[in-house]
Design a protein around this ligand. Structure first.
Ligand SMILES: [Ca+2]
Ligand SMILES: [Ca+2]
Ligand SMILES: [Ca+2]
Ligand SMILES: [Ca+2]
Length: 242
């Protein structure tokens, strides 16, 4: 079968496009995984820091994402994420939750995918004064959150929860984070956050466009009449017609 040069060129072009487009699509899916809840300082009555800390992830996208082999970092060290039990699932489905817990955690699990790190603790433990968390997939940074003890959940039984993971979650002091309620429930690992406010309704653009259009029309009208007023014959100017 004879294959034309144009067909070969076309095939090469398609292959180049596929190589270019595929990684972009994969990164877009990975970025749908968001740090959604942090238990950095469990209450003394709940257990020790080394056994009861956790970080919850949520998938806000429309495709499943496998986080096995990803990394979670604090200010001190980086850990590799894997299944909590050998062979247990590590894929977060759309709208689903997973949480990274200390390997020796005694946490009573409520729901979600259970993940662990490759040593006993998340980072060098989640600092009780504050820490900087980074979720990454190799060299690609997926999500970052900086928390401060002054933003709540400092040993009172609550976790720090994100109100809306589709909005900026980069710092717990930006108003999109708050304490879980009630504090006796030890947060909501694997479940929707107790202070979740849901997706915000899209802001309609047409009122803004309409107001801008009306404003431009009004401005143009003022300029038009101002110029024509100056150019009209004296006897036709409005002031002289009265
Ligand atoms: Ca560690
Ligand atoms: Ca801690
Ligand atoms: Ca730390
Ligand atoms: Ca939660």
């Amino acid at each position: 079968m004879k294959v034309g040069i144009s067909a070969i060129v076309l095939l090469i072009v398609f292959q180049c496009m596929a190589l270019f487009l595929f990684p972009v699509a994969a990164l877009a899916t990975d970025s749908d995984i968001v740090i959604n809840e942090i238990m950095y300082n469990p209450a003394t009555s709940q257990g020790s820091d080394t056994n009861y800390e956790y970080i919850e992830l949520v998938n806000i996208g429309t495709q499943s994402v496998d986080v096995n082999g990803w990394q979670i970092s604090d200010n001190a060290e980086t850990d590799t994420i894997g299944p909590y039990h050998p062979g247990s699932p590590t894929t977060i489905h759309p709208g689903g939750y997973a949480f990274i817990r200390d390997n020796d955690s005694y946490l009573v699990v409520k729901s979600g995918i259970h993940l662990a790190v490759d040593d006993s603790n998340i980072g060098n433990n989640l600092n009780n004064t504050g820490d900087d968390l980074t979720l990454s997939n190799g060299a690609v940074i997926i999500d970052t959150v900086s928390y401060e003890s002054g933003d709540g959940a400092d040993g009172n039984g609550s976790s720090l929860e994100c109100r809306n993971p589709t909005l900026d979650n980069s710092t717990t002091g930006n108003g999109n984070w708050g304490e879980s309620t009630p504090s006796s429930e030890y947060g909501t690992p694997g479940l929707q956050n107790s202070i979740y406010i849901g997706p915000l309704p899209p802001v309609p653009e047409y009122p803004v466009i309409l107001l801008c259009s009306l404003g431009l029309v009004a401005l143009a009208s003022i300029i038009f009449f101002a110029r024509n007023r100056r150019s009209l014959p004296r006897e036709l100017k409005i002031g002289n017609m009265l």
